[in-house]
Design a protein around this ligand. Structure first.
Ligand code: NAG
Length: 139
């Protein structure tokens, strides 16, 4: 009985700690308790600093789930609410640090030099989780 209680507590703790973080480009903010809030994991205000983002950039995540499908989308403007361009996706089958492959060919050239937000999602053990990184596009 007591062992069952301990195991249940451990399982709950494990499920809370399962998440992902985005290291590159720098995330707007991370809080695992609200990471399931669309579209930016509970962070609705853009960063005051933006990194340059182009085809040679990396989207690097640290995945704490054993399996997840990830997507990379781009929304245009200084505080987009919609992320129209799906530019990358990949599935991973173990915890770790990964670069998600992406391709900016479909991003309009006219957006070069302009602010945008990269939205990264994972769909895994905890449902869909969200992170956003604010950037200036360099196409
Ligand atoms: C992107 O990641 C690869 C592999 O980790 C690394 O070799 C490369 O230098 C990175 N590119 C940039 C622009 O940081």
């Amino acid at each position: 009985m007591q062992l069952t209680t301990i195991l249940a507590a451990l399982a709950a703790a494990a499920s809370v700690s399962a998440h992902f973080t985005v290291t590159t480009p720098p995330s707007r903010g991370f809080d695992e308790l609200i990471e399931d809030q669309a579209p930016c994991g509970g962070f609705n205000t853009p960063s005051t600093t933006r990194t340059t983002f182009g085809k040679d950039s990396n989207v690097t995540i640290r995945l704490a789930d054993d399996s997840a499908t990830t997507t990379v989308r781009i929304g245009y403007g200084s505080n987009p609410k919609k992320f129209k361009s799906l530019v990358g996706s990949a599935s991973f089958t173990s915890k770790g640090v990964y670069n998600i492959p992406f391709n900016l060919h479909k991003v309009p050239r006219s957006q070069s030099g302009k602010p945008a937000t990269v939205q990264i999602t994972i769909s895994g053990d905890d449902g869909v989780l969200y992170q956003c990184s604010d950037v200036i596009l360099k196409l």
